[in-house]
Design a protein around this ligand. Structure first.
Ligand SMILES: Nc1nc2c(ncn2[C@@H]2O[C@H](COP(=O)(O)OP(=O)(O)OP(=O)(O)O)[C@@H](O)[C@H]2O)c(=O)[nH]1
Ligand SMILES: [Mg+2]
Length: 323
């Protein structure tokens, strides 16, 4: 039996052929179904349209969450290192990143406002450090892209809210979640767990009783965290936070100068703590594999003396490389 389809149907069909995304296609297929006249001749076409819709629905349901996890579970590193902020809802993570970096992650009085990881760059002296804000976690919910993001970060910063009575529970809950994901801290460097350098930030120290609460956790948790800090993101009272973040990264800045030119600090090379002259030289240029010696200035004992390639460097050393 002929289907006798109206001209409008063919127009939508043409749109459908050109549609690119599954959701566009599904919408147009539904439109085609709606326009379809109801009689025996159209039954087969209707069944075909329904099958197409259901296939598209299935494939988009299968693909999109996985795709999203893939794209959100990695953030390219930039600057001297990457710090990830994690914590329970409303502790002030977004306020911290918005106040300490160039980025604005909306901070709200209601919880779970942050829905995606968010990146900002924090200036520290002459370098930049990458900070990631994340959706809040609780023992009953954590986005499944967070464990891989945490694994890749150089340092984890657990943020807790000093204005709340339950400060110790907040820490236990977050460290418990991290444990269950296979992460361990300072005194737990055994083989089964991935050791993470972790700092603890008590935020909202501008509120009543915050200081007493901070003193308690400062005493209880020194064996877990490499540093415990009290701040107020609202008042931009950072205490030692920036310096402690830099220390936690365990990197040094090394500057180079050209022979015969004055000392002039340009962009530093960021190296891991413990790097020697040879490692810096070869990261400047691979031709420096043939380095014969270097001269060192460190603002103290060294002012241009020769050092050999195995000499271990310190933060802010200046090198002159000789082939
Ligand atoms: N008193 C005080 N309030 C703060 C401070 N930092 C953040 N807040 C407030 O705490 C609330 C939550 O801040 P957010 O930055 O949104 O917290 P979050 O951890 O990102 O919370 P999510 O919505 O779960 O992502 C907001 O009302 C902020 O204004 C602070 O240092 N002191
Ligand atoms: Mg937030």
């Amino acid at each position: 039996m002929p289907a006798n389809l109206p001209p409008q149907y063919h127009e939508v069909e043409e749109e459908y052929r050109q549609a690119k995304t599954p959701s566009e296609k599904i919408e147009l297929l539904k439109k085609m179904l709606a326009i379809m006249p109801k009689h025996k001749g159209t039954e087969k076409i209707k069944a075909d349209l329904r099958t197409k819709i259901s296939k598209l629905n299935k494939s988009s349901q299968k693909k999109s969450p996985k795709k999203e996890v893939d794209t959100l579970s990695h953030i390219d590193k930039e600057g001297a290192g990457q710090i990830i902020l994690i914590g329970k809802p409303n502790v002030g993570k977004s306020q911290i990143i918005s106040a300490i970096t160039n980025a604005i992650s909306p901070s709200t009085p209601y919880p779970f406002a942050t829905r995606k990881p968010f990146v900002g760059m924090m200036g520290f002296e002459d370098i930049k450090i990458q900070i990631i804000d994340t959706p809040s976690i609780t023992k009953s919910f954590m986005e499944n892209y967070l464990p891989p993001l945490i694994r890749e970060a150089d340092v984890v910063a657990i943020v807790v809210d000093l204005s709340q009575e339950d400060i110790l529970e907040q820490i236990e809950e977050i460290t418990g979640i991290l444990h269950s994901e296979g992460f361990g801290f300072k005194t737990e460097q055994d083989e089964i767990i991935t050791y993470k350098k972790c700092i603890l930030i008590g935020n909202k120290n501008d509120t009543p009783k915050a200081e007493i609460r901070f003193n308690v956790l400062n005493e209880l948790y020194t064996d877990k965290f490499i540093s415990i800090l009290s701040i107020s993101a609202i008042q931009q009272n950072w205490g030692n936070l920036k310096q402690e973040i830099f220390n936690a990264l365990e990197v040094i800045r090394v500057y180079t100068k050209h022979p015969g030119k004055p000392l002039e600090k340009g962009e530093p090379f960021i190296m891991r703590k413990g790097a020697n002259v040879y490692e810096v030289a070869t990261s400047v240029h691979k031709d420096f594999e043939n380095l014969t010696f270097a001269r060192l200035w460190d603002g103290g004992n060294y002012c241009g003396q020769r050092v050999d390639r195995n000499h271990i460097l310190k933060d802010k050393d200046i090198l002159e490389l000789h082939m």
